[in-house]
Design a protein around this ligand. Structure first.
Ligand SMILES: Cc1cc2nc3c(=O)[nH]c(=O)nc-3n(C[C@H](O)[C@H](O)[C@H](O)COP(=O)(O)O)c2cc1C
Length: 394
């Protein structure tokens, strides 16, 4: 009986359920590209495990009847302190980032759009004006300036610069094969996987054909899009930016400006000096140097160093509303989610991303009620129990 209900009801009650649906729905290689996590996956696991080490200290009696979650991030008012983190992942759903942008708009929050996204920024901004464009340092200064100019012309409200990416992408459990182009040879190789996931295949057939794996936001407007590996190769060949380069970038972009991937207090101070508006304390969802501790472990020291000088966000391991509240208690202004919404997207498209945001909202609301706080702005450090050595573990 329960099984029949769950099959006919597209709604899911938790991110874990969405993940199981994504696993059933996606071809194995697409699903494993979402799991990702470099090398042994120690950081990937710690991002989630660290939240479970933090406890709540709830109150009873005297709770407020209303609970407000409205938050300002990078100059944007959002209805809950959860944003969409940029993910360059293709093939999950034919509507891709446009579906994600619509879902975020429907739930009153902002989206970070990856340089490696599958949909043009113009379409994403049309679906959600609260879009921040995410940039890797790739190509010449002229090429980077042209990308920024395109994002500005499209109406992006902010820029996210992601720096925590290395070449350590080998995985002990084996990376999926990703073709450079989806030509006949690639389609034949992918056919057994695609046939094992008829719903996913049907969606793509209805949308006009298999995913083409191109990245339309890296080339200047009007130019043919690069392939995923073409863009990746350009990034690999580009010398990493100096802090001087980042100051130059800041001069090119006058609006809100986020550095994503900070894990150390000294880098957070440098981000303040370079003129960033915000940082995201992040280890790229466990896709940077493996054994880097969970981002939530790094948060308190960064908040202590620069909490009054820059907006601090966190991403990595957020799977429920309670995790969001724990991050706020340790000093984050908001969080960004990655895999959680990708699993929702895989499960039921736009509705699935809305479902995930609703799960986050309900979990935050529940925690606010339990903690006796009338708003997310009033969450304090004492609302969570931090075990001794939390920040140095992992
Ligand atoms: C499949 C995948 C692709 C990603 N691609 C990008 C990207 O293109 N740009 C970026 O800044 N971060 C990227 N990230 C990192 C996410 O923005 C975010 O930091 C991470 O997913 C947060 O961890 P979580 O998945 O546990 O929520 C990616 C993450 C995943 C899982």
């Amino acid at each position: 009986m329960t099984k029949v209900r769950s099959l006919s009801n597209p709604w899911f009650e938790s991110v874990a359920v969405a993940q199981r649906r994504a696993k059933r729905r996606l071809p194995k290689s697409v699903y494993s590209a979402l799991i990702a996590g470099s090398e042994a996956g120690v950081t990937l696991a710690d991002n989630v495990a660290a939240f479970a080490e933090l406890g709540f200290a709830p109150h009873v009696g005297g709770a407020s009847a209303s609970r407000d979650m409205t938050t300002m991030v990078m100059g944007e008012q959002i209805s809950l302190p959860v944003l969409i983190s940029p993910t360059g992942v293709q093939s999950v759903h034919p509507d891709g980032e446009v579906a994600v942008a619509r879902a975020a708009a429907a739930r009153g929050t902002a989206i970070g759009l990856s340089s490696f996204a599958s949909k043009p920024i113009e379409d994403v901004v049309a679906a959600n004006p609260q879009t921040f464009f995410q940039l890797y340092w790739a190509g010449s200064r002229e090429q980077i300036a042209a990308r920024i100019e395109r994002a500005r012309a499209a109406g992006a409200r902010g820029l996210i610069v992601t720096l925590d990416w290395t070449f350590s992408h080998s995985r002990d459990w084996g990376s999926p094969w990703i073709p450079d182009k989806v030509d006949l040879k690639a389609m034949l190789r992918m056919a057994p996987e695609a046939l094992s996931r008829p719903q996913w295949s049907l969606e793509w057939i209805r949308a006009g054909g298999p995913p083409d794996l191109s990245v339309p936001n890296v080339a200047p407007p009007g130019q043919p899009p690069l392939t995923f590996f073409g863009a990746y190769g350009e990034w690999m060949m580009t010398p990493p930016p100096s802090w001087e380069d980042l100051r130059w970038l800041r001069e090119q972009w006058h609006g809100p400006f986020m550095l994503k991937g900070v894990i150390r207090a000294d880098d957070a101070r440098r981000a303040v000096d370079a003129g960033f508006t915000a940082i995201s304390v992040s280890n790229h969802g466990g896709n940077n140097l493996d054994t880097t501790p969970a981002s939530i472990r790094a948060l308190p020291a960064i908040v202590e160093a620069v909490g009054d000088q820059i907006e601090i966000l966190l991403d990595g391991g957020i799977r429920r509303g309670g995790d969001v509240v724990k991050a706020l208690a340790l000093g984050a202004k908001a969080v960004m989610i990655g895999r959680a919404y990708l699993w929702g997207l895989a499960a039921t498209g736009q509705a699935g991303v809305e479902n995930v945001l609703d799960i986050m909202r309900a979990g935050i609301e529940s925690a606010l009620l339990g903690l006796g706080r009338p708003s997310t702005a009033e969450i304090v450090r004492e609302d969570v129990i931090v075990p001794p050595g939390f920040s140095s573990r992992g």
